[in-house]
Design a protein around this ligand. Structure first.
Ligand SMILES: Cc1ncc(COP(=O)(O)O)c(C=O)c1O
Length: 377
């Protein structure tokens, strides 16, 4: 098939060259068969999923949900049920909530709503790559301002990078991959001094125990993204949501979101977790935080790894002079998948690891030690 003959197809292919690609890393199945291990022996610690929520506990909720849903009917009441549950949980009105297929999809909706070819979006570096991806899909320009060396926001640099074409500022707090939360004062100062929308991604806020929502509920240009993928352990069911001013939420819900965009089962399970099981989830957050401190202490006490503080369910750490890509590869050979981040501002050789229950962390720390022994750190 000669695609080159068709002008429009040629143009679309050329445009796609400029799009960034999300690197999912090696799959569990692919790695297991490559290194001759069982799938169940692979430790997947590269996507900040939540392994503290027991599989049996979630399967029980799914089983109960199966008996309650009618899959022949489009999910309409279920969306409203989830919005009502979220409204009680967050103390916002249901009309201020948008529900989507994971927060990624809502980031895409907001990009579609605010950005056209020639517009600009601003963000920070480093941060979650999906913002850049969604901005570029719109044909808009993505610019980023480095964080300060202590990982705080450079408010002045951000505001002075705004041009008349800048329509969205994406912030991620706590930030992926630096794992720190930005001060409310800095976020508010950006929102108050910018004419466009400030989108704050709070995917990890429950692990930090703080949210910008408490302070900024009345700010008309703020939109906050949240997800069930992290704190609730539902990454596979794909449920995210956003909180925005009533008018913006109404426009997104009625004009940009597709009707019935989230699957009935996912909506039902998310609602059940929120309404019936939140105390259990809170206990798991507590366990995760305890394990996170233990992991950071264990890494730092080796003397050859420097772990940064974390307000998330992952930890960013440096492997000194040993190349992070070498460590990443060597861990893969031992059945452990982490994320190689590389250079973060002035810090070389950074990797990111998901905080998981104690047994898994023990294996990770042991294998990481062995890899560093092997490569002479
Ligand atoms: C900052 C941030 N936002 C959003 C997401 C994706 O969330 P969801 O699974 O709801 O699409 C992630 C996933 O890693 C993330 O790190």
């Amino acid at each position: 098939m000669n695609l080159e003959r068709k002008r429009i197809i040629r143009e679309v292919i050329a445009d796609a060259e400029n799009l960034s690609k999300y690197d999912l890393g090696e799959s569990v199945r692919g790695l297991a068969s490559r290194i001759n291990m069982k799938d169940s022996e692979i430790l997947k610690l590269n996507s900040n999923e939540n392994l503290f929520i027991p599989l049996d506990f979630l399967r029980n909720i799914l089983r109960r949900a199966v008996d309650e849903i009618d899959p022949r009917i489009y999910p309409r009441d279920e969306v409203n049920n989830l919005k009502n549950a979220l409204s009680k949980h967050l103390n916002v009105s249901p009309e201020e909530i948008v529900v989507g297929t994971g927060s990624d999809q809502i980031i895409d909706l907001v990009s579609r709503m605010f950005l056209r070819r020639g517009d600009e979006a601003l963000s920070i570096a480093p941060t979650f790559v999906i913002y850049e991806h969604c901005v570029k899909i719109q044909g808009a320009e993505y610019k980023s301002v480095p964080l300060k060396d202590d990982f705080s926001l450079d408010v002045e640099a951000l505001l002075s990078s705004v041009t008349p074409n800048t329509r969205v500022i994406f912030l991620c707090s706590p930030n992926n991959p630096t794992a720190n939360r930005f001060s409310h004062k800095d976020i508010l100062s950006i929102a108050e001094n910018f004419d466009g929308i400030v989108a704050v991604d709070e995917a990890y806020a429950d692990f930090a125990g703080a949210t910008i929502l408490d302070l900024a509920r009345d700010l008309e240009n703020l939109i906050v993204f949240r997800t069930f993928s992290k704190v609730f352990g539902l990454a596979g069911l794909r449920v995210g949501y956003a909180i925005a001013s009533r008018k913006l939420a109404e426009i997104i819900n009625e004009k940009f979101q597709m009707p019935y965009s989230v699957c009935l089962m996912a909506l039902r399970v998310a609602t059940k977790l929120l309404e019936e099981n939140f105390e259990f989830i809170e206990r798991k957050i507590f366990e995760l935080r305890t394990e996170r401190s233990r992991l950071i202490n264990a890494l730092n006490s080796t003397g050859r790894i420097a772990a940064f503080p974390s307000e998330t369910n992952f930890v960013l750490f440096r492997t000194g002079n040993v190349d992070s890509s070498v460590v990443h590869k060597a861990l893969l050979e031992r059945g452990i998948i982490v994320k190689d981040i590389g250079q973060v501002l002035k810090f070389r050789n950074c990797l990111r690891v998901t905080v998981a229950p104690a047994q898994m962390m023990k294996r990770f720390i042991r294998e990481l030690g062995a890899v560093l022994d092997e490569f002479g750190a």
